[in-house]
Write a protein that binds this ligand. Structure first.
Ligand code: NAD
Ligand code: UD1
Length: 340
C-alpha cells in the first residue's frame, strides 16, 4: 500500500521537525514547507539523520498561494496538513503586533483556501494554552473560556481557532491542539530547539546559562501564591507532543463526518514550579546553575497545568517522558550545538 502523504508547514522549526520524524517513522510520506525565517537548516539535516530518509523540503511562504498551489499539485494529494508555521515570540509580538497578525493569520487563511481548492479535508492546528490566560479552575480543561489574550501572539491563536471553527462548517475537518510548555529535544540529540537571540522561555535560558552562554538566570518572582512562591507550568517533552500529532491525525482520519472541529489539550497534567525545574535540572545533569530571584515578569500567569483526559480517552495518547527525561535531553542538545 502506498504511504499517505502529509504536509507539514513550519517543519524546519522546533516542534514541526520532531513531528516530521514521528510521522516518517510511522510510515507516512512527509513534505515540509518552511520559509526558513525562524529556523535552522541543522534541523532538516537532523530529521534525515534520525529517519535515514531524504527530507522532501520546499522553501516558501505559507502566505504565498501560488507557491502553496504548486506544492499541493506536485506533492499531493495530501491526506492531512499539519500547520506549525507561525511566529511565536510573545515579547516581539507586543513590539510588532502587525507582523504577528499578518503572518499568523494570513498563513492559516491562505493554507485553508488552497486545501479547499485542492480538495484536501484534514487539518491539524498548533494552538497554545496561552488562550486560557489564568484559568479559574486548574487543571484546565478544553471547556474553559478564553480570557483576554495577554499578547498579540496569544490573540493570533484565539483568532485562528475562531477562524478554523467557522471554516470547519465548509466541509473541512479540523483538530486544534493546545500545547502546554514544550521542552526538551530528541533523545538522539540530533534535533532540538535553537532559539534566535536571547531565549524568552525558561528551559533554553537554563541550558544556555549552564553551558556558559548566559551569565545567570533570573527567576521571575518568588512571591506567587504557590508552595515555593514561583510560577507553575505543565512542561511537556517535545517528542510526546509530536506523537500527539500523529494520534490526532489518525483519529481525524477515522471520523465519518465531513464537517468536524475538535480541540485537545496536550500536556502532562503535572504542574512544576520554576524552582523545582531548576533543582531537577541540576540533579539530573549534575551541573551547577547560576541563578537569582528577580521581580515578576509582566503578563505571567501564576499557575496553569492541563487536564489531558480528553486526549487520553479519545486519542489514546499520554505523555511518556518524565520531566527528568526532558531536562536530560535539553541539556544533551545544548552541549551538542555548542560542540561540548
Ligand atoms: P519555530 O519558530 O521553531 O517553528 C516555526 C517554523 O515556521 C519556523 O521554522 C519558521 O521559519 C516557519 N514559519 C514562520 N512563518 C512562516 C510562513 N509564513 N511560511 C512558512 N514558514 C513559516 O516554532 P515552534 O516552537 O516549532 O512552534 C510551532 C507552532 O507551535 C507555532 O504555531 C507556535 O505558535 C506553536 N506553539 C509553540 C509553543 C512553544 O513553546 N514552542 C507553544 C505553543 C504553541
Ligand atoms: C510563554 C508565553 C506563552 C507561550 C508559552 C509556550 C509569555 C508571557 N508567555 O509562556 O504565550 O504559549 O511560553 O511557548 O511569554 N521564567 C523565569 N526566568 C526566565 C524565563 C522564564 O523565571 O528567564 C519563568 C516564567 O516566569 C514562567 C516559567 O519560567 O513562570 C515558564 O516561562 P516560559 O518558558 O517563558 O513559558 P510561559 O511563561 O508559560
Amino acid at each position: 500500500m502506498k504511504a499517505k502523504k502529509i504536509l507539514v508547514t513550519g517543519g524546519a522549526g522546533y516542534i514541526g521537525a520532531h513531528t516530521a520524524v514521528e510521522l516518517i517513522n510511522a510510515g507516512y510520506d512527509v513534505a515540509i514547507v518552511d520559509n526558513l525565517s525562524r529556523s535552522d537548516k541543522r534541523l532538516l539535516e537532523g530529521i534525515e539523520k534520525i529517519t535515514g530518509k531524504p527530507v522532501k523540503f520546499f522553501e516558501g511562504d505559507c502566505r504565498d498561494r501560488n507557491f502553496l498551489l504548486k506544492v499541493f499539485q506536485s506533492e499531493g494529494p495530501f491526506s492531512c496538513v499539519l500547520h506549525f508555521a507561525a511566529y511565536k515570540a510573545v515579547g516581539e509580538s507586543v513590539e510588532k503586533p502587525l507582523l504577528y497578525y499578518e503572518n499568523n493569520l494570513n498563513s492559516t487563511i491562505a493554507l485553508v483556501e488552497i486545501m479547499i481548492k485542492c480538495g484536501v479535508t484534514d487539518f491539524i492546528f498548533s494552538s497554545s494554552c496561552t488562550v486560557y490566560g489564568q484559568p479559574d479552575q486548574i487543571p484546565v480543561s478544553e471547556a474553559a473560556p478564553f480570557k483576554k489574550a495577554e499578547s498579540p501572539y496569544g490573540a493570533t491563536k484565539q483568532m485562528s481557532e475562531r477562524i478554523l471553527e467557522d471554516v470547519s462548517r465548509n466541509n473541512i475537518r479540523i483538530i486544534t491542539l493546545r500545547y502546554f510548555n514544550p521542552i526538551g529535544a530528541h533523545p538522539s540529540a540530533l534535533i532540538g530547539e535553537i532559539p534566535l537571540g536571547t531565549p524568552n522561555n525558561l528551559v533554553p535560558f537554563i541550558t544556555q546559562t549552564a553551558v556558559g552562554v548566559r551569565e545567570k538566570l533570573t527567576v521571575f518572582g518568588n512571591d506567587y501564591n504557590t508552595a515555593d512562591g514561583t510560577c507553575i507550568r505543565d512542561y511537556i517533552h517535545v517528542v510526546d507532543l509530536a506523537t500527539a500529532h500523529v494520534k490526532a491525525m489518525e483519529y481525524l482520519s477515522q471520523q465519518r463526518e465531513t464537517k468536524f472541529y475538535e480541540v485537545f489539550n496536550v500536556g502532562t497534567g503535572i504542574g512544576v514550579s520554576v524552582l523545582e525545574l531548576i533543582n531537577r535540572f541540576k540533579a539530573v545533569n549534575n551541573v551547577e546553575l547560576n541563578y537569582e530571584i528577580g521581580s515578576r515578569r509582566s503578563g505571567d500567569i501564576e499557575k496553569v497545568f492541563a487536564d489531558p483526559s480528553k486526549a487520553m480517552s479519545s486519542l489514546g495518547w499520554a505523555a511518556k517522558f518524565t520531566i527528568d527525561d526532558s531536562l536530560l535531553h535539553a541539556w544533551q542538545w545544548e552541549k551538542k550545538i555548542r560542540d561540548k
